[in-house]
Structures are given as C-alpha cells and as structure tokens.
Design a protein around this ligand. Structure first.
Ligand code: CP
Length: 313
C-alpha cells in the first residue's frame, strides 16, 4: 500500500480488523519496521485523538515523530498552478510537499472541509496536492470528505462488541449548533458497505449525505423507526450536503437519549457536545463505546503505518 487516503485503500476489511486486533494484543512486535524512520504529522486543524493516537501508533512501531500545527505555524500554501502569488499565500504546495518529503518517510495530514464551496472541498486540494508533489506515502488524518482512520477504528470496535454475525447498525444524525463536515459520516458509510450488517442511515429531510456515497444504503427519515431493535447506534452531526455547509434547523428532538438507546451500544467519534448531541445518561452508561473507539484509533493507525512500512522495506 502506498498511501492511505480513503476506505477504498483497504483491500479486505475483515482481514484488516483481525490484524489490528492482533496488533492491540502485542503492539511492540514490529519495532524493527520503524527503526530510523520518521513520520511527520501536519495539522491544518485541531485534534486530540488523531494527534495522540497516530503518535502513539508510530512510537509502537519504533518511529521518530515530528508534529507541526501547519494551520497556525506554517506558511499559507498556494495550490493553483500558474498563480501570480501576490496575495495571501506565501509558499506553493510544489515546494512544501517536496521539502517535507526530505525530512520524513511518511507524512500524515489533517485538513478539514471549509464548507464554503462544495467543489473546492471535494477537490481535496491539501491531500491531493501532497499526494501529487510529495515523494513519500501520505496518510489521511481527516480530509474534507473522509476520515478513514476513524472508520477503521470504528470497524475494530464493532467487531470487538458484536454478538451476532449481522448486527443492526444505525447511523443517526444529531443536532449541533455549528456546521460540521461530512467526513466522519462518509467514511463510516463506506466502511459499513464493506461488511455484513443490517445498516440504516437516519436523518431529517435535507441532511442527505452525498448520494454517490450512500448509494445502495437504506435511509429512514423517522428516527424512532430506524432505531427499533438496533444493536449499535452511531451518532454524528453533519451539515446539509445539498444546501452545502448549512445548518438547516436545530431539530433538538434528534438528540440521542437513554430512552432511544434502549439496549443498543452507543458510538460516537468524539469530541461530542453533551446534552446537545447526546444526553449525559447515554455517555455515562456502560453501553457507551466512545472511549474504546478512541483507544482503537491507535491500532487503526498502527496497522496503516505497518502496512506502509512493510511496503517500503
Ligand atoms: N475523532 C477524532 O478525529 O478526534 P480528534 O478531532 O480529537 O482528532
């Protein structure tokens, strides 16, 4: 595997999940792979889990880690070819990506959607710019439209907690005061399409995700109907895709509650706003898997880095 940019870079999800669970039992077993190798983590946006879990994963593999908060510390990058750079940008992606490639062996990048323009966000200029101009493997730590490390961690968590071969898994939209990107939901849907499950997406009308991603998925606009007999309920907010980046309405009655959860396990990628997205009682119950999900981010990242390092031995 050269890069890990999307869920489509996973050749066999069941095999990857098994391998990640094995790594979790013996995380120091592959230190030789990362010896005298460096990973650079570039953050154009904030993070808690992604930063620490990817760093921990690299340390488990014996790698050196360099971290840069590019969004606040780096030069403003230009991505267009042939631009006269007499405005706000100071450095072109062509130089930046090639310079970074000299300092490390893998570069991992976080660059969220700005939610101002769908075409610009879907062009993934940061990620594709680095993939085009860097000479080293690229790992997606959440881009405009995808969060494949989170989705792989979620697949591991589902595998560890499911009690039947084909569980019912519901992805439920939840209210949020701010406009949030679609990346987590997109990658979760793509991951669910790669495994055996009775999978349903529920959200108010107007919050349909990109139909190219949800193609073939069951969509139920009535949350109560969707949640019936669920084994896992994955809660996430996203802004409108059609009316791009807009919060259409607050829909506070879509918040996840203890009553709605029933006997299902609760999942969320974190960070989460208590008593807006989900009530305290859900997060404070044993049925909540959010801390396990965050822990599995390490082993998802470790598996991805291991596969890249093995490919470059
Ligand atoms: N879930 C997730 O990506 O968390 P952070 O934004 O804290 O990295």
């Amino acid at each position: 595997m050269k890069h890990y940019l999307s869920i489509n870079d996973i050749d066999s999800l069941p095999n990857w999940v098994d391998e990640a669970i094995a790594l979790k039992k013996s995380p120091y077993g592959f230190q030789h792979l990362g010896k005298q190798k460096t990973i650079c983590l570039l953050f154009f946006n904030n993070s808690l889990r992604t930063r620490l879990s990817t760093q921990k994963a690299a340390m488990y593999l014996g790698m050196e880690v360099m971290i840069m908060n590019f969004g606040s510390e780096g030069w403003a990058l230009e991505y267009e070819d042939g631009t006269m750079m007499n405005q706000g940008t100071s450095e072109h992606i062509k130089e930046a990506a090639r310079v970074v490639s000299q300092f490390c062996d893998i570069v991992a990048i976080r660059a969220f959607a700005k939610l101002e323009d769908k075409i610009t966000d879907e062009a993934e200029e940061v990620l594709t710019g680095f993939a085009k101009h860097a000479s080293i493997p690229i790992v997606n730590m959440e881009s405009s439209v995808a969060h494949p490390l989170q989705a792989l961690a979620d697949a591991i968590t589902l595998a560890e907690h499911k009690t039947k071969s084909k569980p019912k898994v519901v992805l439920s939209w939840a209210p949020h005061p701010k406009a949030l990107p679609h990346a987590v939901a997109n990658s979760f849907v793509q991951m669910m399409k790669k495994q055996e499950a009775d999978f349903i997406i529920t959200h108010p009308k107007g919050y349909e995700l990109n139909p190219e991603i949800t193609n073939g998925c069951q969509i139920e606009y009535d949350q109560e109907t969707a949640l019936e007999n669920a084994d896992f309920i994955y809660v996430k907010n996203w802004s409108s895709y059609e009316d791009y980046g807009q919060v259409l309405h607050q829909n506070t009655n879509w918040m996840m509650t203890e009553k709605k959860l029933g006997h299902a396990k609760f999942m969320h990628c974190l960070p989460v706003r208590r008593n807006v997205v989900v009530e305290d009682a859900v997060l404070d119950k044993n049925q909540s898997l959010v801390i396990e999900q965050a822990n599995n981010r390490t082993f998802a990242a470790q598996l991805v880095l291991k596969k890249i390092l093995e490919n470059h031995e």
